[in-house]
Write a protein that binds this ligand. Structure first.
Ligand SMILES: Cc1ncc(COP(=O)(O)O)c(C=O)c1O
Length: 393
C-alpha cells in the first residue's frame, strides 16, 4: 500500500477538538471519538512538503491570493467534477460555515425565510436564525433505509418570503449524493419562485464508487445564475484547521454582494498556509484521494457486514458519500437521552446525537469512520459487547 491509512497517530494534546474536548462534550475522557467531521489520517505528504517549503521562507507577513489559487480550484472542479468555472466567479471564505453566514447576511433580509432539508448539518440553523431570518424545514422523506427530497412538501412551504434554500450536496448526515433528477427538479422550482440556492458542496470529493457528484451550478447557465456554491479541500484532505474555502457564483451581482459582506467584516485576507495547502491538494491530490476513498470504502464495507452479522438492531443508512455514517438505532427501543447515554457510558463511543440534526434525527446516531481500521474494529467490538450486555435478557 503506497499510503498507510492504517497508521495510528496520537492526536491528544494537539488542540484537537475531536480528542481533546472529549471530557467537556461527553463527560468521559476515554470514549473512542467518532464525532467531529475530520479524519485521523495524516495530511498527505505533498501538502506537508508545500507547507514546509513556505514555512522555510520564515516571513509570514500579509499575503494575497495569487492567480494560482483560482486556477487550482478551477482545474480541480473541471477535472474531478466536469464543472468549468471562471476565475472571476471564485471568491474566498475562511471556512464554509462562515460562508453560509455571510451569504445569508448578504443575500437575504431580516424576516426572510430560508429553507433547509432536515436532518441536516446543524450549523445551517444558526446561520439562518442568528441573523433574524426564519428557518423553514422541508424534511427529507425516509423510507426503506433511503432518504429522498420531498418536493410536494417543498412547494407547500414556498411563499413570497422564502428567499433562499440551503442545499447540502452531498448530504450530511445521510450520505446522499443527489441525482441529476433531484437537482433539476429543485432548480426548476427555485427558478420559478426566484429562490436562491446556497449549495454546500464541502463533501463533494468524498464520493464512493458507483456514485457521481453533480455540482448544482453545472446544470446550465439558468441554474448557475441562482446558485452560490461552497467548496473546500478541507474535508477530503483533512485541512479543516486551516480555515480556507471557496465560494463560487457566475452571477456577478451575487458575487459583488458576497464580497462586500466578506470585506465588511475584514475576513477576506485568509491565511497563507491555507492557500498553499489548497493549491497543493487541488494540483496534486487525485491519486491520494482515490486511495483514501478505497480505504474508506473498505471501512464502510467492514462496518456494514459487522453490523448485519453482530448488531442487527442497528441499521446503517448506506452512504454514497462521506465518512459519516448515519445509524438507524430505532430498533433498540431507547429514548434519545437513553441512546446517547448508552453510546457514551455503555459502549464507550463518542458519536454525534441524531437529534442535533433536527427532530428527524431522533433515534439516530452519526458515526465518523475516517479512522484506521483497527480503531473502527475496536469501536464496533465495544458496541457489540454493550448491546449484548443490555439486550441479553
Ligand atoms: C455540510 C458541511 N458544511 C460545512 C462544514 C464545515 O465547514 P467549515 O469547517 O469549513 O466551516 C461541515 C463539517 O462537517 C459540513 O459537514
Amino acid at each position: 500500500m503506497k499510503y498507510n491509512f492504517n497508521e495510528r497517530i496520537d492526536r491528544e494534546n494537539t488542540s484537537c477538538i475531536k480528542y481533546d474536548l472529549r471530557d467537556e462534550v461527553f463527560g468521559k475522557k476515554d470514549v473512542i471519538p467518532m464525532w467531529v467531521a475530520d479524519m485521523d489520517f495524516k495530511t498527505p505528504s505533498f501538502i506537508i512538503e508545500a507547507l514546509r517549503k513556505r514555512l522555510d521562507h520564515e516571513i509570514m507577513g500579509y499575503t494575497f491570493r495569487t492567480d494560482s489559487f483560482y486556477t487550482s480550484i478551477a482545474g480541480w472542479l473541471s477535472r474531478r467534477h466536469k464543472w468549468d468555472v471562471m476565475k472571476e466567479w471564485i471568491t474566498f471564505s475562511p471556512g464554509i460555515v462562515p460562508a453560509l453566514n455571510l451569504a445569508v447576511m448578504a443575500f437575504t433580509r431580516p424576516g426572510d425565510k430560508v429553507i433547509v432539508q432536515q436532518p441536516v448539518y446543524f450549523p445551517f440553523f444558526p446561520a439562518v436564525e442568528n441573523h433574524n431570518r426564519v428557518l423553514v424545514n422541508n424534511p427529507l422523506s425516509y423510507e426503506n433505509g433511503r432518504y429522498e427530497m420531498d418536493f410536494e412538501d417543498l412547494l407547500r412551504k414556498i411563499d413570497k418570503r422564502v428567499k433562499m434554500i440551503m442545499l447540502c450536496s452531498p448530504h450530511n448526515p445521510t450520505g446522499n449524493v443527489w441525482k441529476y433528477r433531484d437537482l433539476e427538479k429543485l432548480a426548476e422550482i427555485c427558478i420559478e419562485n426566484q429562490i436562491l440556492i446556497l449549495s454546500d458542496e464541502i463533501h463533494s470529493d468524498l464520493i464512493f464508487r458507483g456514485s457521481k457528484h453533480i455540482p448544482l451550478a453545472s446544470l446550465g447557465p439558468e441554474v448557475s445564475d441562482i446558485t452560490v456554491t461552497c467548496v473546500s479541500p478541507s474535508k477530503a484532505f483533512n485541512l479543516a484547521g486551516l480555515s480556507t474555502s471557496a465560494v463560487i457564483t457566475s452571477n456577478r451581482e451575487l458575487k459583488k454582494k458576497y464580497d462586500e459582506m466578506l470585506e465588511s467584516v475584514h475576513v477576506d485576507g485568509g491565511n497563507i498556509f491555507g492557500f498553499v495547502a489548497l493549491e497543493a491538494a487541488y494540483d496534486k491530490g487525485e491519486e491520494w484521494l482515490d486511495a483514501l476513498m478505497g480505504y474508506l470504502e473498505e471501512n464502510l464495507n467492514f462496518l456494514v457486514s459487522y453490523l448485519a452479522e453482530n448488531i442487527p438492531l442497528i441499521k446503517p443508512v448506506i452512504p454514497e458519500a462521506t465518512y459519516l455514517i448515519w445509524l438507524d438505532c430505532h430498533e433498540m427501543g431507547l429514548s434519545d437521552k437513553e441512546l446517547s447515554r448508552f453510546m457514551i457510558h455503555e459502549a464507550g463511543l463518542g458519536l454525534s446525537d441524531g437529534l442535533i440534526f433536527g427532530p428527524e434525527g431522533s433515534g439516530f446516531q452519526r458515526m465518523n469512520i475516517g479512522c484506521p481500521r483497527a480503531v473502527l474494529e475496536n469501536a464496533l467490538h465495544r458496541l457489540k459487547n454493550a448491546v449484548v450486555q443490555r439486550f441479553a435478557q
